[in-house]
Design a binder for this molecule. Structure first.
Ligand code: NI
Length: 167
């Protein structure tokens, strides 16, 4: 397995819309393994293929305390959403920035697992937040897109300053 490079906002490659996975081949399984390793090493609770510059509809998640409950979603699709909940989010592609985002409180997701078997998941709480956050990445969206224009302008100013400091 290998650690993959994570793209950082505002990298335009984070804007690409991912394509459906046609079949879970050995190459796709290797990518899933590398994505999981990259997520655990970061460390993060979720990673979308878009973030490692692979524009295929794959996400990995692990929200467990013990970091031993890897969830893999190939071609995930939200088929139902209910309620509203606000949660503080961060993103491996926006290091050091956290803010509150409002999303659906519960979602039903259809996807395939790492063996290509279809499953349905009803997610609530943190899991629902993570699934929606990662699926957004596959659509070329980053969580900061969901913030107010004022907050986005402040973040942009902060990133410009950071860039200057780095040189
Ligand atoms: Ni993210």
């Amino acid at each position: 397995m290998a650690l993959l490079n994570i793209l950082e906002y505002p990298d335009p490659r984070l804007r690409r819309v991912a394509a459906a996975v046609v079949a879970v081949t050995p190459e796709i399984r290797k990518l899933i393994g590398d994505m999981a390793e990259t997520m655990y090493a970061a460390p993060g609770v979720g990673l979308a293929a878009t973030q490692v510059d692979v524009h295929k509809r794959i996400i990995v998640l692990d929200i467990s305390e013990a970091r031993d409950e890897l969830r893999v979603f190939v071609n995930p699709e939200i088929v139902a959403a209910e309620g509203e909940a606000e949660c503080e989010e961060g993103c491996l592609s926006v290091p050091g920035y956290y803010d509150r985002v409002t999303r659906a409180a519960a979602v039903t997701v259809l996807a395939k697992d790492a063996d290509g078997r279809p499953f349905e998941l009803v997610a609530e709480g943190l899991l629902a937040v993570c699934v929606q956050h990662e699926i957004d990445h596959l659509e070329g969206k980053v969580f900061v897109d969901r913030l107010s224009p004022l907050k986005r302008a402040r973040l942009a100013a902060r990133l410009r300053k950071k860039q200057r400091l780095v040189g």
